[in-house]
Design a protein around this ligand. Structure first.
Ligand SMILES: Cc1ncc(COP(=O)(O)O)c(C=O)c1O
Length: 399
């Protein structure tokens, strides 16, 4: 009787063959792992060549080669699509790779983009360098001025209107219902970077946003240990983008996908705690004599369609230290003992950042100040630590 165990067959082969193959095709497990494993494999084997042919031709769902799709990454994509109340998602190796693919899939030479003035610095640079060199020009508009948005979209007739749900670093909330209505009236699609809000606070798809992008490096991963990005949209658009990504290839590794999938299981718990901690920190900052302005989505009134802002809080806070310049802000940041001076956000750790030397380093001082990003501005990403320790830390550092 032949032994169906491939390892048995392997045992009859030479030493080098056994070194390469033994253990790899061990009997198919009769169990299903509770958590998605890390599929650290480049290619996937099928029952026969016809199945492989159909998978490679995208006629049958399945996996053939990891640049085309990987089960660990697929599990992450299914989870993010579910959290964003959308049909499908595609994961990338970074937030910038996700933004690049989301935009590239929509434009061709001669297309125009209308984008918010207060975008993450690298996103603005992506538009003014990479896409500009491809013949795709961008017009920037202040999204707090909805009349300016309407007239710009009417004049420019863009293919894309690009915004962030909560802007960086002044944390303005974009009026998604109005932005979507304006863009769709002129046949533009809306691309919304939902990184700062995360799906725990806002689902842009509910307001008709066509394409949602995340740097999963931030709230979705949540633990400061993985870089990634994701695009969320309709199944049709994600299929197109998957075909594009087969060529441009900015995929994540399976370990990164697994870490992100693991992180996002606690997203609602983390964001709830971060929002509660931030609310207390905002109260403390608003009553502190050395603090001039405090920015937090929970403080924004009016504009951004009330339904949308009413519950929007979150862990991102910014404030201005009265009369401070770079020297005083550096002294404050160096005095912090619990907040970490890391240039990221959305982690379980509390982080403090100085936008003029980090997220807005590329912007000249006059433009930066015109955008309200002054030399005394500090941005906090509030973590899940004990809020008493966080407030005591800010208090002692403010002196
Ligand atoms: C709002 C926003 N979008 C996109 C990115 C880019 O993400 P990544 O660093 O994962 O490429 C960042 C990075 O800070 C960000 O803050």
């Amino acid at each position: 009787m032949t032994n169906p165990d491939p390892d048995f067959r392997c045992a009859l082969r030479g030493f080098a063959t056994r070194a390469v193959h033994a253990g790899e095709q061990a009997p198919r497990p009769a169990f299903v792992p509770t958590a998605t494993p890390i599929y650290a494999t480049t290619s996937f084997l099928h029952e026969d060549m016809q199945v492989l042919d159909a998978v490679l031709g995208s006629e049958t769902p399945g996996f053939a080669y990891s640049r085309y799709g990987n089960p660990t990454t697929h599990a992450l994509e299914v989870a993010v699509a579910a959290l964003e109340e959308s049909e499908d998602a595609l994961a990338f190796g970074s937030g910038m790779a996700a933004l690049h693919a989301a935009i590239l899939n929509e434009v061709k030479a001669g297309s125009r983009i209308v984008a918010a003035t207060d975008l993450y610095g690298a996103t603005a640079q992506l538009l003014t360098t990479v896409f500009s060199s491809l013949g795709v020009e961008t017009t920037f508009v202040d999204l707090l001025d909805l009349d300016a948005l309407r007239s710009t979209v009417e004049n420019v007739k863009p293919r894309i209107v690009l915004c962030e749900t909560i802007s960086n670093p002044l944390l303005h909330v974009a009026d998604l219902p109005v932005i979507v209505e304006t863009a769709h009236a002129h046949r533009a699609v809306v691309v919304c970077d939902n990184t700062f809000a995360s799906p725990a606070l806002v689902n842009p798809a509910r307001f008709g946003v066509d394409i949602i992008v995340h740097s999963t490096t931030k709230y979705l991963g949540g633990h400061g240990d993985v870089t990634g990005g994701v695009v969320v949209s309709t199944a049709e658009r994600i299929f197109e983008m998957t075909e594009l990504t087969k060529l441009v290839g900015g995929i994540p590794g399976p370990f990164e996908s697994w870490l992100t999938l693991r992180g996002l299981k606690t997203l609602p718990l983390r964001v709830r705690q971060q929002s509660e901690n931030a609310a207390e920190i905002v109260r403390f900052l608003c009553g502190h004599p050395k603090i001039e302005h405090v920015y937090w989505p929970g403080l924004q009134q009016g504009s951004a369609s009330t339904i949308f802002t009413s519950n929007l809080r979150g862990g991102m806070v910014a404030f201005e230290i009265a009369g401070a310049g770079q020297t005083e802000v550096f002294r404050f940041l160096e005095a912090l003992q619990v907040f970490l001076p890391g240039t990221t956000l959305g982690d379980v750790y509390s982080l403090a950042l100085y936008p003029p030397i980090s997220s807005h380093r590329g912007m000249d001082k006059d433009d930066r100040e015109a955008a309200g990003i002054n030399d005394g501005l500090v941005r906090l990403s509030v973590g899940i630590e004990d809020v008493g320790d966080l407030i005591a830390d800010l208090d002692q550092a403010l002196g």
